[in-house]
Write a protein that binds this ligand. Structure first.
Ligand code: CUO
Length: 592
């Protein structure tokens, strides 16, 4: 930790409101139980009599007044279902697959138009039994994130709902054996690869189940396919794409520095992909995730992505940066040399539906995920399924993920470097002075065991019941510390201030001091909160130990699905797992 420094910045920007609203309908407990039960063993039939009854007998078209679109979406989905066009059950699902995404989004559209909780649950039960499981899970998570009906609902952690996408094949096989032999077990999960691979030193980060959950959840919050016809605009989505992935990339770099590896290099379309990868992870249906040897040259993916298109799209994006404007589909120019430029640029690079010119700027980021995901079988000769890069749950496992995102981050930096520096007036907070910051505590990290349930990874025969199976994996944590921040407000009134805390590297892996420019670009956001400093206001900010609720905006709390069937008992595990700067604090105590 000696190569890192803590930096505190503060400004007068307004902060975010509380997001809870009164809800007129079934209680939180009832709604939470409905969701838990729908997501319990999604690869099997519904295990709960009431929901099974709904699934068997509900007619989605019987009462079209329960939909805000008059039932248009549900009629569309039923037509697809009756015409046998939907993806079958027990098949892999990837959001990057256009048709599979379309199907998931028709169901999402149905949920978005349900006027009541009951209509949502009835449709969920009905389509859960008739649609592909991956499409169902994606649609219901996205709907709960983006509708008022989902407010306050704790989404069960995806690593326990779809464990195959988070756990390696070895522990999954052990869980199967345990179920077959009816012997409960806790299985130690190791990181993939061997010590012969230097990248193995940071596998704990890319394979962290919390990091992967954070990543997939971020993309649920800000989906690239989002269209404002769903009811609202996702403010600064392109900018947040940049920021979230910038933070992912620089945090990975800090982990590398701590493990005597230097900053990750970017990838190049015309050079071999230096690191190979063997995922040691399998789909629940469809076999192992494909592997890729070291130093593979980029090859076109038949029918999906051409390498030369990536070069062309990127060159157009770099032209836009050099010129200072994006060319919209109607030929007009959109200025990017202002505070909104990064947002527009994020939209065209991510290939968001918000892109003003998808035809011209293409789908650089999304197609890069597919291109990298398919390099093990680019021609489709071996009928291999999508690679880890084609799922947000698994993408960071592959070291190529960070090379890709370093490459993309450098494109954003190229844009940032064209902007004029902030002025003194823009930066100063008149009359408010940061006098002192004291860090109390060791700033020390360590690994600890973390257990999660594998019960949803295995099939069971109801006649013989389930056995308890779980995985135990090493995860990064830190010793408690707190920050005392002393601020003087020389104004006569209270000021509303936002405090941001960053942790920044000062040297590279060889101990060579970094330039200020390099160091500041690699800072990770450790915390962000608002306060109203009165005269001589002192702030104390604690970073607490696991098992307590943490206050940092960047720490995670977790929930377990362990007690899904026994939801009348409390199943909340409100432990904080502060691996760093990425995790949502999404576990509100709603399980009662
Ligand atoms: Cu999150 Cu490339 O966007 O993974």
């Amino acid at each position: 930790m000696k190569c890192l420094v803590v930096i505190v910045l503060f400004s007068s920007v307004w902060a975010w409101p509380s997001d809870f609203s009164e809800y007129d309908g079934p209680s939180f407990a009832q709604r939470q139980q409905d969701i838990n039960r729908l997501l319990y063993k999604v690869d099997d039939i519904l295990q709960f009599a009431e929901l099974k009854e709904v699934a068997d007998n509900f007619d989605p078209e019987a009462d079209l007044s329960s939909y805000s679109d008059g039932g248009e979406a549900v009629k569309h989905l039923l037509t697809e279902l009756r015409d046998h066009r939907l993806l079958k059950k027990h098949h892999w699902f990837s959001l990057f697959n256009k048709r599979q995404r379309e199907e998931a989004l028709i169901l999402f559209d149905v949920f978005m138009h349900c006027k009541t909780w009951q209509a949502t649950i009835n449709n969920a039960a009905f389509f859960r039994e008739r649609m592909n499981e991956g499409e169902f899970v994606y649609a219901i998570y996205a709907a709960l994130v983006h509708t008022d009906l989902g407010r306050g609902i704790v989404l069960p952690p995806l690593y326990e709902v779809t464990p195959h996408l988070f756990a390696n094949s070895e522990v999954i096989h052990k869980a199967y054996t345990a179920q077959m032999t009816r012997t409960p077990g806790k299985f130690q999960m190791e990181f993939t690869g061997s010590k012969k691979n230097p990248e193995q030193r940071v596998a704990y980060f890319g394979e962290d189940i919390g990091l992967n959950t954070h990543h997939v959840t971020w993309h649920l919050d800000f989906p690239f396919w989002w269209d404002d016809i769903y009811g609202y605009h996702l403010d600064r989505k392109g900018e947040l794409f940049f920021w979230a992935h910038h933070q992912l990339t620089v945090r990975f770099d800090i982990e590398r520095l701590s493990n005597h590896l230097n900053f990750v290099d970017e990838l190049y379309w015309d050079k071999p992909i230096r690191e190979g990868f063997a995922p040691h992870t399998a789909y629940r249906y469809g076999g192992e995730f494909p592997a890729r040897p070291d130093n593979v040259e980029f090859t076109d993916v038949t029918g999906l992505v051409r390498v030369r298109d990536m070069i062309i799209y990127e060159s157009r994006i770099r032209d836009a940066i050099a010129l200072g404007y994006i060319t919209a589909a109607d030929g007009s120019h959109i200025n990017i040399r202002d505070e909104h430029g990064i947002d527009h640029l994020g939209n065209i690079i991510e290939s968001s539906a918000y892109s003003p010119n998808l035809e011209y700027y293409g789908a650089l980021h999304n197609e890069a995920h597919i291109l990298l995901g398919r390099q093990g079988d680019p021609k489709g000769k071996f009928k291999l399924q999508p690679g880890v890069m084609e799922h947000f749950e698994t993408a960071t496992r592959d070291p190529a993920f960070f090379r890709l995102h370093k490459h993309i981050d450098n494109i954003f930096k190229e844009h940032k470097d064209t902007l004029p520096p902030y002025t003194k007036e823009q930066l100063e907070f008149t009359g408010v002075v940061l006098d002192e910051i004291v860090v109390n505590g060791p700033l020390e990290t360590y690994f600890e065991d973390f257990e999660f349930s594998l019960i949803n990874a295995v099939d069971h025969n109801p006649e013989f019941g389930e056995v308890d199976v779980s995985a135990v994996v090493k995860r990064l944590n830190h010793k408690p510390f707190n920050l005392n921040i002393e601020i003087t407000n020389e104004n006569v009134d209270n000021k509303h201030a936002v405090v941001r805390v960053y942790l920044c590297p000062t040297t590279d892996a060889n101990g060579v001091e970094l330039s200020l420019e390099k160091a500041r670009w690699n800072c990770i956001e450790l915390d962000k909160f608002w306060t109203k400093p009165g005269p001589h206001r002192k702030l104390r900010r604690q970073f607490l130990i696991p098992q307590a609720s943490s206050r940092s905006s960047q720490q995670s709390t977790r929930q377990s699905t362990r007690e899904l069937k026994f939801i009348s008992r409390s199943s909340t595990e409100d432990a904080a797992f502060p691996i760093g700067c990425f995790f949502r604090k999404d576990a509100k105590k709603a399980w009662v």
